[in-house]
Design a protein around this ligand. Structure first.
Ligand SMILES: [Zn+2]
Length: 404
């Protein structure tokens, strides 16, 4: 089918028939971003025909039994999130070893943004991750940010623009109508390793990722205007009855060397749970207990406790207190914050802002110095006059989640 894996692993997976040997061989290797770029090139250069429509940027990975709807592994709905390609590579390895029971399709969510991301990475791999943040969506020829592929207009099927964004939304919805399940693999600006959505509890059994966000969509929509004009892909696919297993994960920080491992390991657990392979997942001691994080609507800097009176010229930075000194500090995803803790400081006044409650947050406000293109990051420092407009984070309540 392809020499892709031989080139990456220097090993012919077709000669491996033992499930544990397959697993050990695949997971012994850490797939670098440069190597994931070759997986991208392979999938991006492939096409599938499903329900009479040919779709580029997707590959059919044959199982032993043909017929029936395939299972989909979706990578790079955001271009700068390459980890999901490791899940597609795993499915190819299973297929070549004869250890994949039925067909799987690997899909690049946003091929345009993903291509730009890899070009930028390969041109300057030492540049920090944040410099590639715009390739989450991709950029136009003039450098403007393109629409987010995970924000799909509600009228995507009928609108007359033939932009890559609308055409790909139609491709993805068409795929959604012809599959029996899907994993949507993302990564994060911060250190976020969690399950962000699942349709059925049973699909998480055996998962190596043990944190589960709940009410994420509700928390996000709480701040959206009543007139909903865009939806996430998850929301668009969710009503389709043919899709039984539908899960989404954050596999860690975008370019963390472990992110591809987390993506592939979750993919293995899912394929095993769906009866698509007898290669065992890593977590075979399932307790059914997960760390639940109930996502609350976002808070702004104005929702913090302000110790004193802000001055009109103040600029507020995210901060922490270390041995009595206040210093700028970027809080990270799921980082636990205690009630009363200093989390921001106004300068030049020196007024500090504290957390009102204990919480762990996600999607924290990010330093503007690192993210210059995307106002949705809640960039800091924040002008005192805009305190109530700029996101601080989405606080989460921790609970023990027991699945049936
Ligand atoms: Zn994403």
């Amino acid at each position: 089918m392809t020499t892709l894996l031989y080139d990456l692993f220097n090993r012919d997976f077709a000669t491996i028939h033992d499930p544990l040997q397959l697993r050990d061989t695949f997971f012994a290797k850490t797939l670098s971003i440069t190597e994931l770029a070759t997986v991208f090139e392979y999938v991006a250069g492939s096409s599938i025909t499903l329900g009479g429509k040919t779709i580029q940027g997707a590959v059919r990975i044959p199982g032993k039994a043909t017929g029936g709807a395939p299972f989909a592994i979706l990578a790079q709905l955001h271009g700068n999130e390459p980890a999901g390609l490791a899940g597609i590579a795993l499915a190819i390895a299973l297929s070549q070893a004869g250890l994949l029971a039925r067909d799987v399709i690997g899909v690049i969510g946003n091929p345009l943004a993903a291509r730009q991301y890899f070009a930028s990475y390969l041109a300057n791999p030492a540049a920090r991750q944040e410099t590639r943040d715009a390739f989450r969506c991709g950029v136009s020829e003039s450098g403007a940010l393109l629409p987010d592929m995970n924000r799909i207009p509600v009228d995507f099927a009928t609108r007359t623009d033939n932009t890559p964004h609308t055409l790909r939304a139609r491709d993805l919805f068409h795929i959604g109508q012809h599959i029996n399940g899907i994993i949507d693999i993302h990564s994060a600006r911060g250190n976020m390793l969690c399950i962000t959505d699942h349709k059925r509890d049973e699909d998480l059994l055996g998962s190596p990722i043990r944190a589960v966000l709940t009410e994420l969509a509700e928390a996000i929509s709480a701040n959206a205007s009543a007139q909903v004009t865009v939806q996430t892909l998850k929301t668009i696919l969710h009503p389709l009855p043919n899709i039984r297993c539908q899960t989404g994960i954050e596999a860690g920080r975008h370019e963390d060397p472990r992110a591809p491992y987390h993506a592939a390991s979750f993919t293995l657990a899912t394929l095993h749970g769906q009866g698509l392979t007898n290669v065992p997942p890593f977590n075979t001691d399932e307790t059914g207990i997960f760390e639940g994080y109930r996502v609350r609507p976002r808070i702004t800097y104005a929702d913090l406790q302000i110790d004193g009176t802000l001055q009109p010229g103040d600029a507020i930075s995210m901060a922490r207190e270390v041995e009595g000194r206040i210093e700028d500090y970027q809080y990270d995803e799921m980082e636990a914050i205690d009630a009363g803790q200093v989390v921001a400081v106004a300068r030049p006044s020196g007024v500090v802002l504290r957390a009102k409650d204990d919480f762990s947050g996600i999607f924290f406000s990010k330093a503007a110095a690192l993210y210059d293109k995307d106002p949705a990051v809640g960039p800091w420092p924040v002008a005192a006059s805009r305190l109530g407009e700029v996101k601080f984070c989405y606080p989460c309540e921790r609970f023990d989640l027991k699945l049936a």
